[in-house]
Design a protein around this ligand. Sequence first.
Ligand SMILES: [Fe+2]
Length: 161
Amino acid sequence: MARPAAAPDFHHIALQTFDLDNSIAWYRDYFGCRPTWATDKFSELTRSRLPGILRMAEVALGPANFHLFEREEPAGVTPPTATGIQYQHVCLSVDAPADLPVWRERWNELFASGRYVFLRPEAPTEIIVDDMGTHSFYCLDVNGLEFEFTCLTGSVTGEAP
Ligand SMILES: [Fe+2]
């Protein structure tokens, strides 16, 4: 069986939102994401895959990107749950354990500002240290999607939890 010559490069994570402006503002203010492009024109394939799609915006975080897809909010919608099938979390690594409380406190400050609507208004977890010395905590974006921040310094294997 033929195998491509090189492994593919990671390009973007696409996520869904019912409030694009809320999502763009939070991704900009929390992560420091930079808006790169946006559109409200979609192919038939996209419209069939994502019924109710209205707009999308790309925001860049370093070499990676988030695609924020705004869709019509159906009646009776529920935010992501801890048990539903989805990408369970997206993990971002930082250089030093001391960076983790800074990111965690930044999350709390933006939440307390009242400037954003959070579908799952849950506080970040505590910072944990596993048996391999990996530090991490978990927090949710405005859409209820989970991120992990981790620092692998001191880790034996380099694997995140
Ligand atoms: Fe993880």
